[in-house]
Design a protein around this ligand. Structure first.
Ligand SMILES: C[S@@+](CC[C@H](N)C(=O)[O-])C[C@H]1O[C@@H](n2cnc3c(N)ncnc32)[C@H](O)[C@@H]1O
Length: 206
């Protein structure tokens, strides 16, 4: 039997995926929103008026969800290498967040204020070389953590996408130095076959 190409397998999976269907029938741009929504429903992340930084924001479903949760008094700063169609009440910065200039632009956009929450769904393009993919994904997670430690108000939270593998234990350990509580979340919309999960570090203590 001939093996189906991965693009065909991907299409088949998309067709069967209930979260893809749900997203298509909603105003959300991606199924990724259901991961954030599930975590939020459990952990109550968002409140009106908050300032939230969304890293790896395209195509924008997390930003859509967060903008609605924080309301017009809140502020959402979204960053991605890829373009993002505009979303009401979301300030978008296009660029690579690991570059100094983009990191600084993000700080500048806060206008001297602290953030209440940093959320990162950043994921590198997969090369297929496991060790370098893992190193790149840990680098993205570390950059998100560094930003969180620089901009969060005391008591703030950070939610970071992680891929299980080398470096995760040390990463979690590092977070413990700055946050009171470290939680692991694997929402139902995150496929069982994926090594992805989320670390929620709560109550920043500087
Ligand atoms: C899984 S998608 C995010 C989906 C998004 N949360 C949503 O709800 O639509 C991961 C994103 O991370 C972005 N990304 C990866 N590396 C990045 C980097 N160094 N700087 C900024 N964005 C990055 C990718 O371009 C991609 O759009």
């Amino acid at each position: 039997m001939s093996k189906r190409p991965s693009s065909t397998r991907w299409l088949q999976r998309q067709k069967k995926d209930p979260y893809v269907k749900q997203a298509q029938q909603s105003e959300y741009r991606s199924r990724a929103v259901y991961k954030l929504k599930e975590i939020d429903e459990k952990d109550h992340l968002f409140r009106k008026g908050q300032t939230v930084i969304d890293l790896g924001a395209a195509p924008g479903s997390w930003s859509q969800y967060v903008a609605r949760q924080v309301g017009p008094q809140g502020k959402v700063i979204a960053i991605d290498i890829l373009p993002l169609d505009s979303i009401d009440n979301v300030l978008f910065i296009k660029g690579d967040f690991t570059e100094q200039a983009i990191y600084k632009q993000c700080l500048y956009s806060l206008d001297g204020q602290n953030a209440d929450l940093v959320i990162s769904d950043m994921a590198p393009n997969i090369s297929g070389i496991k060790s370098s993919d893992q190193a790149r994904s840990m680098h993205l997670a570390e950059t998100a953590r560094d930003l969180a430690c620089q901009v969060l108000r005391p008591g703030g939270d950070v939610l970071i996408k992680i891929f299980e593998g080398e470096g995760v234990t040390e990463f979690r350990q590092g977070l413990k130095e700055h946050f009171r509580q470290i939680l692991t979340r694997k929402p139902r919309a995150s496929r069982d076959s994926s090594r992805e999960f989320y670390i929620l570090a709560r109550t920043f203590r500087c």
